[in-house]
Design a protein around this ligand. Structure first.
Ligand SMILES: *[C@@H]1O[C@H](CO)[C@@H](O)[C@H](O)[C@H]1NC(C)=O
Ligand SMILES: *[C@@H]1O[C@H](CO)[C@@H](O)[C@H](O)[C@H]1NC(C)=O
Length: 562
């Protein structure tokens, strides 16, 4: 509401605008001195300007007492019997020192300006959306860095809905929305904050808008629950859960991609360099392309022009169904999407016990822990409502844990839909999976190493051994996530339950439940938008782009509500 000063006494007419000018000046000065406007500081400043002096907002200890009315007290839900373990920091070395992080393997150190070798004028950014579960995020970020991705082109997108609480260091590790700005800055990565909590589709649109404002025509995004590696051991043709049939332009590049040089050999390329190459190659080969997927969308290269052309993500489908809708619209409009190979990507629900292993710390043996172990007998009861109605029910790898974990997608590949990957979880995926404890260790210890990884680039074999041990654990983590017919894949999202009383606290179970409700609502939007239930619009219907919201449903019965 605008304040009209027309009728005000003359003094006020001058005083008010004057104090406004002063306020602006003070704020500008503040902004310049800190480089950042902090809400708390702002409030303090304002109250000082008004002569309040007393800048401490009253911390009211609110005691919640039940109202003394005539209604009976509420009946509480039973409390879960599953013990939720306390989350531990997965990177003690970084948490307890103030020094620089350890150095990464020499052969993975990104060459400055490498992007220019591939004709790119800017370092394509990698967005990693984050909503919950800091240990998973930290593992993801560290794996990109140690695999050779330059930290300065990584953008963690904090989408927690807690305003500045993390930036101000006000949340604790047991809070699901905890994210440590200091740690990420020390690793050299950038942090962007969404202004409010966004859904999967909104977050995707936020990536588009960020890329637009920074004039980035192409960008990468990654889920936060992946563990990536470069082809340090050369050829790796394992199909991991989540992998689809890879696309190759011709036989020569197929050989090139499937038989990469190992670390230390001539022609070795990191996952980062392969991504730059992929962008270069795509630009050389195709005009109308939209996505390049590296293990479905766990890591994705995006052509902004394609998304702009079809109107971005449908934000009325908050989670599930949104990717089916997006991919179908892109394909109807003639934009290509292809499954390609740039490195080793494991979709995981667990974390390395100590992330120092990714730096090949010879003192630490790679092993992983499940932050939220579920007893085998509980596995099938894990919440997965409306399982039968998923538009993507036949897609083996739709991963709920999108981006910011939760979403995800059920997509169906636009080309060669395959069913195969479910069973193909890698070479020796099953062993050890029945262990009862939440600590899964790899018995096959790597050979005792006397020296750090730096020697290895010369091909001494020591680093290779360590890498193999690391990869074995990563593959086991990937297989572990998909155990039990996928129903446990999202259990990790429930692993932190603390934070009561902290700013913007939200009940963790309620957050999880709400997610599924919104996810189901999105599926219903999909069904009504296209008059079709499954995630196969292009393959199984004759629908075209402008049919959306204009067609009757193509099935007889309404989907059964159980
Ligand atoms: C791809 O990279 C090569 C050099 O490796 C460069 O000459 C070419 O211009 C690049 N293509 C594009 C489209 O940027
Ligand atoms: C963030 O991590 C640093 C170590 O990198 C630690 O000193 C600090 O206490 C952490 N902040 C919070 C709010 O936990």
């Amino acid at each position: 509401m605008a304040i009209s000063l027309v009728g005000a006494p003359r003094g006020l007419r001058i005083l008010l605008p004057a104090s406004f000018v002063i306020l602006v000046l003070v704020l500008v000065a503040l902004y310049h001195s800190t480089g950042q406007l902090e809400t708390s500081q702002l409030l303090k400043t304002i109250s000082n300007i008004h002569g309040g002096g007393n800048s401490q907002p009253q911390e009211e200890e609110e005691v919640h007492t039940r109202p003394a009315n005539t209604h009976p007290p509420p009946k509480y839900k039973p409390t879960s019997t599953l013990a939720v373990p306390t989350v531990t920091d997965p990177f003690p070395l970084l948490a307890t020192s103030t020094g620089a992080p350890p150095s990464i393997p020499e052969y993975n150190v990104p060459k400055p300006g490498l992007h220019r070798d591939y004709g790119l004028s800017y370092m394509p950014p990698l967005f990693i959306g984050f909503t919950r579960q800091w240990p998973m995020l930290l593992q993801c970020v560290v794996s990109y860095i140690t695999a050779g991705w330059p930290p300065e082109s990584i953008y963690v997108v904090e989408n927690t809905g807690v305003q500045n609480s993390n930036a101000d260091g006000k949340l604790t590790l047991q809070n699901p929305f905890y994210l440590n700005h200091t740690t990420l800055s020390r690793l050299g990565v950038n942090i962007l904050q969404t202004p409010v909590l966004l859904t999967f589709s909104q977050l995707q649109n936020f990536f588009i808008s960020t890329a637009t404002s920074r004039q980035w025509p192409h960008y990468f995004y990654s889920h936060q629950d992946v563990l990536v590696m470069s082809f340090e051991d050369g050829a790796d043709t394992i199909k991991r859960p989540g992998d689809r049939d890879w696309f190759f332009y011709d036989d020569q590049e197929k050989t090139d991609i499937l038989r990469p040089a190992a670390a230390g050999q001539r022609g070795y390329r990191t996952i980062y360099e392969n991504c730059l190459r992929e962008l270069n190659h795509t630009l050389e080969n195709e005009k109308r392309w939209a996505f390049r997927w590296f293990q479905y969308d766990h890591l994705t290269l995006v052509n902004r022009a394609a998304l702009d052309a079809v109107g971005g993500w449908d934000s009325l489908m908050p989670y599930y169904g949104s990717d089916c809708d997006m991919n179908a619209r892109l394909e109807m409009d003639g934009w290509t999407m292809r499954h390609r190979r740039v490195g080793i990507i494991n979709d995981v629900s667990t974390i390395m016990e100590d992330l120092a292993v990714l730096y090949r710390d010879p003192e630490v043996v790679p092993k992983f822990i499940d932050p939220n172990p579920i007893p085998d007998e509980e596995l099938d009861k894990v919440e997965r409502p409306h399982k039968d109605e998923r538009p993507d029910k036949d897609a083996p790898t739709g991963d709920e844990t999108a981006l910011d974990e939760e979403n995800e997608p059920g997509e169906q590949p636009p080309e060669n839909p395959t069913e195969e990957s479910k069973e193909e979880s890698g070479k020796e995926p099953e062993e050890g999976k029945q262990e009862e404890s939440n600590e899964k260790s790899v018995e096959r210890r790597s050979e005792k190493r006397g020296r750090g990884s730096s020697r290895a680039a010369g091909g001494s074999g020591i680093a290779q051994d360590y890498f193999r041990a690391l990869l074995r654990v990563a593959d086991e983590m990937g297989a572990y996530k998909y155990r039990s017919d996928n129903s446990a894949r999202n259990s990790w999202q429930g692993s932190q339950h603390g934070g009561v009383g902290e700013p913007y606290y939200y009940n963790a179970d309620g957050f999880g439940k709400s997610f599924w409700i919104l996810a189901e609502a999105g599926r219903e939007v999909f069904r009504q938008k296209w008059g079709h239930r499954d995630c196969d619009l292009v393959q199984e219907t004759a629908l075209q782009l402008d049919d959306q919201w204009r067609v009757e449903k193509d099935w007889e019965d309404t989907p059964s509500k159980s």
